[in-house]
Write a protein that binds this ligand. Structure first.
Ligand SMILES: NC(=O)c1ccc[n+]([C@@H]2O[C@H](COP(=O)([O-])OP(=O)(O)OC[C@H]3O[C@@H](n4cnc5c(N)ncnc54)[C@H](O)[C@@H]3O)[C@@H](O)[C@H]2O)c1
Length: 434
């Protein structure tokens, strides 16, 4: 049985990883937790029957002890990942860290160096999309050559209007200077999946987008500062009263208060930023961003990130020389069109598994591979890195930072692995290298 310590027992740590470990008691056990929030810490400690000397209120305290587990899962906020990873690897732990690996570009390079310095330890990133039956199916269809040569991809991340308001206007990721630009925070996953599907490296990237809607000048005249006091409650799609009043036990309502009652929600709407008008906050991350990527193998992709969509989903179209793949992740459906015969094949990719099916089954798939890799590393002789190793994942972060630079500076960014930069100078646009 492999032993895991959990650092950060918030939504991901507490709801996803601790839950997985408690459902897989034959293969894995949680042997320590570090979490400053008393309630979250207690929930995990009780669920895993931890003794007081296995429970800490800060990651440093846990990592100061003699090794307490084979691996640590790091699910703290983005800006803390690097220091925790560095210390954990130094202590000899195998590591699974949440994405983004870091919100600082310089730390991504340092993480690559850490991976190289600790080749015998698993060092992986929670890029859960790589583990979904949906994207794995698409990759298999591509690799079988069913649509011929891959020419281009149109990928959409439909953030969902209420998710946009919750996380990127009112919530943790609203200030790109303190956390990350949205293309990194929300979409390093998507860039990673484009790298996975093309099987190539990104050569050039350009990007456009802005914070177009969620700002003061778009506020209806006379709107109140808090949705509870606002006369536009009925007609405003972003009214916090609407977003948080249903399904109070579930996301996103369960994030804004620990008191999962109507009164608890009202109190949070009265006292926290989650109850404020979306047009009167200090948010600064883009609410839509369109990125164009060119890969070394000549495949081109557009990636459209939008906060203005009805549902939370990913939709993708892959265009090949002999056919087309269309996928809708929310519907768990992949359609393969064959030009020569006119045949259409529909594949249902529902994650036919019990338990937590977050991220289309990706959370479960990631943890299954993590535990299996740990078993091999701890009890066997194999020291294989995971599908979402830090080394592989770092590239998507570098491309995300490059896309953000392209958006902010209005340039086409040439990534180092590509050909000579002046070959690609476009009229009227600058090129900078990263
Ligand atoms: N893989 C994915 O698809 C996915 C999805 C959502 C979030 N995330 C990432 O997961 C991470 C956690 O996100 P979340 O939504 O769970 O946030 P969260 O705020 O719910 O959880 C973070 C936890 O870290 C704890 N923490 C803070 N300081 C600490 C310290 N000194 N020692 C130990 N713990 C400490 C906080 O108290 C909190 O409970 C973030 O990096 C986020 O970007 C990944």
């Amino acid at each position: 049985m492999v032993r895991i310590a959990l650092i950060g027992a918030g939504q991901r740590g507490g709801d996803v990883y601790s839950d997985f470990i408690s459902r897989h008691g034959e293969e894995t056990v949680l042997t320590a937790v570090a979490e400053p929030d008393e309630v979250r810490r207690r929930i995990v400690a009780e669920r895993h029957k931890l003794q007081p000397d296995q429970v800490f209120d800060d990651w440093r305290l846990l990592l100061e002890q003699e090794k307490m587990a084979d691996a640590v899962i790091i699910a703290t906020n983005d800006d803390m990942h690097f220091c925790v990873v560095e210390k954990a690897l130094e202590k000899g732990y195998h590591v699974l860290v949440e994405k983004p690996m870091s919100n600082r570009e310089d730390e991504i390079g340092k993480m690559e160096q850490l991976a190289d310095a600790h080749p015998d330890q698993i060092f992986a990133v929670s890029h859960v999309l790589r583990y979904t039956p949906f994207f794995r199916t698409i990759k298999e269809v591509l690799d079988r050559g069913e649509i011929g040569e891959l020419i281009s991809i149109a990928h959409n991340e439909n953030v969902g209007y209420y998710h946009m308001a919750h996380s990127y206007v009112r919530g943790n990721w609203r200030d790109g200077r303190k956390t990350s630009p949205i293309i990194l925070a929300k979409s390093c996953h998507d860039i990673d999946i484009l790298l996975y599907l093309t099987g190539s490296h990104c050569r050039r990237v350009s990007s456009f987008g802005s914070l177009k809607h969620f700002q003061r000048e778009k506020m209806p005249e006379g709107a109140a500062q808090r949705c509870l006091d606002c006369t536009f409650q009925e007609e405003c799609p972003y009214s916090a009263v609407k977003i948080y009043s249903d399904n109070i036990e579930d996301w996103p309502a369960n994030v804004i208060t620990r008191e999962h009652t109507k009164e608890g929600i009202r109190k949070a709407l009265r006292e926290t930023d989650y109850g404020k008008c979306v047009y009167q906050l200090d948010n600064n991350v883009a609410d839509h961003q369109v990125t164009i990527l060119e890969f070394e193998n000549g495949v081109c992709a557009t990636f459209h990130l939008s906060g203005f969509t009805h549902s939370i989903s990913r939709t993708i179209k892959l265009m090949g020389s002999r056919g087309e793949i269309r996928g809708d992740m929310e519907k768990n459906q992949v359609e393969v069109y064959h030009f020569a015969t006119g045949a259409v094949r529909t594949i249902d990719t529902s994650a036919a598994k019990e338990g937590h099916v977050g991220h289309g089954g990706g959370d479960e798939g990631l943890m299954e591979e993590f535990v299996q890799s740990l078993e091999r590393a701890v009890f066997g002789t194999e020291k294989e890195q995971m599908t979402s190793s830090a080394r592989i994942s770092a590239e998507s972060h570098k491309v995300a930072f490059a896309a953000e630079r392209a958006r902010v500076e209005g340039v086409v960014v040439q990534l180092k692995s590509g050909p000579a930069e002046d070959q690609f100078r476009l009229p009227g646009r600058d090129i900078c290298s990263v």
